[in-house]
Design a binder for this molecule. Structure first.
Ligand code: 13P
Length: 337
């Protein structure tokens, strides 16, 4: 793939006011969400749930790309068609989570480093053979007493850049995901400062490693107050803090910004995305899109509850969340939807 082809795939992922669906929960994360709803935590149930998502009627009207997990990219629908192929057939580009998860960072209590660079070149080749055309790597940054440290930010930024370079070498578009977590009692301003520092470090390392910005997608957190902060900003305050920070820190060459939802309610994530697209309509150099997992899937998982009889209701819930986010990209989402 030439840099033009990487660029064209990256553009396709955020085209036509659609977004990217994250359905790449690791088995432990997926099991945790199933357990909370009393759904059996087995490979068969994870497969059934992912089939429900992939076969949702109208999904391709809202979604350009879907991020799969290692187990999921090897699974098939009940008719034997692999999920990656089923997605491609309806015009959704298959992608793959390739990081090995966030592990404790040595000598940095309370901080994490994302692992998974060892053997990544070979895994990327295998995933490309399964049909993956883009990938995702998530780094997590925690705000707390005296953290994040410089060491944590630099180590994660370098990991993201080395991952992105390996992806582009393998003709795969990297989604670069530095997530500043919502956990904690920090203010909106503290989140803004940390997110700005993280984005500076990430784009410095992407530059050092020669990553083609036109051939990548940034998947950041929105700038919000911590879940335990007593002062919660308005939707417009979040939109302004987020986009103003990005205008300073994210180069215009980046193909697109596709937000994670990070534990916000589905409605709030949509309302904030909508406000960004309303308030910065004529001032943003990149598309402001979505790559939500929980904020698209949660109502569907709750409707499904592991019961075949609920599949149609769950698919309806998934479609409704997805189409609301398309409206949010256009700045046309009515509040509360
Ligand atoms: P959430 O939207 O649930 O934060 O998930 C997005 C994601 O891909 C996390 O890595």
């Amino acid at each position: 793939m030439t840099s033009e082809q990487l660029t064209s795939t990256a553009k396709s992922l955020v085209a036509n006011d659609k977004g990217i669906l994250a359905m790449d929960e690791s088995n432990p994360t997926c099991n945790k969400r199933f357990a909370a709803l009393g759904i059996p935590q087995t490979e068969a149930m994870r497969r059934e749930y992912r089939e429900l998502i992939v076969t949702t009627p109208g999904l391709a009207e809202c979604i350009n790309g879907a991020i799969l997990y290692d187990e999921t990219i090897r699974q098939q629908k009940s008719d034997g068609i692999p999920f990656a192929k089923a997605l491609s057939e309806v015009g959704i580009i298959p992608g793959i989570k390739v990081d090995g998860g966030a592990k404790s960072l040595a000598l940095h209590p309370g901080e994490k480093i994302t692992e998974g660079l060892d053997g990544l070149r070979d895994r990327l080749a295998e995933y490309a053979a399964f049909g993956a055309r883009f990938a995702k790597w998530r780094a997590v940054i925690t705000i707390g007493d005296g953290i994040p440290s410089h060491g944590c930010i630099e180590a994660n930024a370098q990991g993201l850049a080395r991952y992105a370079a390996l992806c582009q070498e393998a003709e795969i578009v990297p989604i670069v995901e530095p997530e500043v977590l919502m956990d904690g009692s920090h203010t909106l301003e503290q989140c803004r400062c940390v997110t700005a520092e993280v984005l500076s470090a990430v784009f410095h390392q992407l530059d050092v490693h020669g990553v083609i910005l036109e051939g990548m997608i940034l998947k950041p957190n929105m700038i919000v107050a911590g879940l335990k902060c007593s002062i919660q900003p308005s939707v417009d305050e979040v939109a302004d803090a987020t986009v103003n920070c990005f205008l300073r820190k994210v180069p215009a060459a980046v193909a697109g910004i596709a937000f994670l939802s990070g534990g916000q309610s589905a409605e709030l994530a949509t309302a904030r995305l909508n406000a960004m697209n309303v308030r910065f309509k004529s001032r943003r150099p990149w598309p402001l899109a979505f790559s939500f997992a929980r904020a698209i899937q949660q109502p569907a998982m709750e409707a499904w509850k592991g019961n075949k009889a609920n599949v149609a209701a769950a698919q309806k819930a998934l479609y409704e969340r997805a189409i609301s986010n398309v409206a949010a990209r256009r700045g046309e989402c009515k509040s509360g939807t």
